[in-house]
Write a protein that binds this ligand. Structure first.
Ligand SMILES: [Fe+2]
Length: 453
């Protein structure tokens, strides 16, 4: 196996799908290569090195057994890669389940790959957010972490283990880990990391921050799992799994809020936590953290409802076409028809959630639906007037403005959170057209008390 690393490999011969993958990789600056078929891949797999995501086109293969055969060939030579199968748009959900069992990690329908930006979300998660940064100072001498710790090779951005799970962390080992500087762990091991942090971090401010950050990362991870489940065609009927994941998100959100309440500041927790490059959907846990904390501090609406709505309100953006998505990402103006679908995204969010039969209360659904409504009645999708907009909807929208203001570009945070909060608040307080007066007074009190004004 060569020492190279490839981010996306397209296996297939459909020009439209090829173009779609190539365009996406150009946009995100992912390395990209193509193989004409699964057999072609079997002959040449050695030349690619480690591949993060393989997009395997089976759009023109109608028999599920044949698709499963292709997956098995690819899997045989790329056991560690994430294999995304693009299936015929008429594929039945049972067939998608069968294909997944043959070794695929995710199954999507061709029309969804071509006309929505779900592919952007999946690749961004798999390429940019599979490794989570952690702090060397969180490791305690003479303990036995049950997760592996990695560092990133500066030249080829490859992750290599510096510490293997299950070994005693002696002084010498700890020194070795400390010399590499930035260290990471795999997203799948977040829960183990959280238990470790809970066990060994003390009651000091630094310890509380570490525990809170681990909780935030675990919530983000559960949330990503929920979104991937919603995207995956083979999980179309996994209503119980969806319900469990949603409950897990709610539970982790309440846990996080308890710690956030003690820390008193969400920014220091969200800062330096991996996010990926997709944009608003993956910022949702950060927006949920702000919403929960402001709700708690200012008695604004119900904190649990606000956090859950903040998590879920933007998943409808996944339904936007790749062109609109690209424009949003670059802060460019949308075409008229793109504006129409953008303004429906809160409805799309609800539809996606309902299609998976996720058990949401009417209150949370209503909050989600109103996150872009305004007090002057000029919001969307229903132009609801201020008094009809739930406090929690205003809270989610305000938190999103704060979070967005804190980003220099997607995934990178600016350094003066107080300044951002002040700017966002003063701007809205002057205009009084987006948020209701009651909400603005409540949030003003929160910001004054927390030193943000
Ligand atoms: Fe939104």
């Amino acid at each position: 196996m060569s020492d190279k690393k490839l981010e996306v490999l397209f296996v297939g011969s459909e020009p439209e799908l090829h173009q779609r993958c190539e365009g996406l990789c150009r946009e995100f600056e992912y390395s990209f290569a193509t193989c004409k078929s699964a057999d072609d891949f079997a002959d040449n797999y050695e030349s690619f090195g480690i591949i993060s995501v393989i997009v395997l086109s089976a759009a023109s293969v109608s028999r599920e057994a044949d698709v499963a055969g292709l997956v098995q060939v690819v899997k045989q030579f790329a056991a560690d890669s994430f294999i995304l199968v693009v299936a015929d748009k008429k594929l039945k959900p049972e067939s998608a389940v069968f294909i997944k069992k043959s070794g695929a990690n995710l199954v999507m329908l061709e029309n969804e790959v071509l006309h929505t930006c779900k592919l952007e979300f999946v690749t961004s998660q798999k390429i940019k957010s599979s490794m989570i940064p952690m702090k060397v100072s969180e490791l305690v001498k003479d303990t036995t972490p049950d997760f592996t710790i990695y560092h990133m090779m500066p030249l080829n951005r490859k992750f290599l283990p510096v510490f293997h799970a299950g070994q005693p962390l002696t002084e010498a080992k700890l020194k070795k880990v400390a010399t590499v500087g930035e260290v990471y762990l795999k997203r799948e091991e977040i829960s183990k990391y959280k238990v470790y942090i809970n066990t060994y971090q003390d009651k000091s401010a630094a310890g509380l921050n570490s525990r809170c950050r681990a909780q935030f990362l675990e919530l983000s991870s559960a949330f990503i799992d929920l979104i991937l489940l919603i995207i995956d065609q083979s999980e179309h009927a996994s209503y119980d799994t969806g319900k469990v994941l949603l409950e897990r998100c709610s539970l982790l959100a309440s846990d996080l809020l308890m710690s956030l309440g003690s820390v008193g500041d969400a920014w220091s927790i969200i800062n330096n936590s991996a996010v990926g490059e997709f944009g608003s959907v993956e910022r949702a846990p950060a927006v949920a953290a702000y919403s929960g904390l402001y709700s708690l501090m200012g008695s604004i609406g119900n904190q649990d409802d606000a956090m859950l709505a903040a998590l879920l309100s933007d998943i409808g953006l996944l339904e936007l076409n790749p062109r609109s998505f690209q424009k949003l990402r670059h802060n460019q103006d949308l075409h008229a028809e793109d504006i129409l679908s953008y303004e429906k995204h809160p409805v799309f969010s609800l539809n996606l959630l309902l299609s998976r039969k996720l058990p949401l209360t009417e209150i949370v659904k209503n909050i989600i639906l109103h996150t872009h409504e305004r007090s002057d009645g000029k919001g969307f999708p229903n132009k609801a007037r201020g008094e009809k907009v739930p406090m929690e909807s205003f809270l989610v929208a305000f938190s999103e403005l704060v979070d967005r203001g804190s980003l220099i570009s997607w995934g990178k945070l600016r350094v003066d959170p107080n300044e951002v909060r002040k700017q966002v608040f003063n701007h809205e307080y002057e205009k009084q057209d987006r948020f209701g007066a009651i909400f603005l007074e409540k949030i003003k009190k929160v910001l004054q008390e927390s030193g943000g004004l």
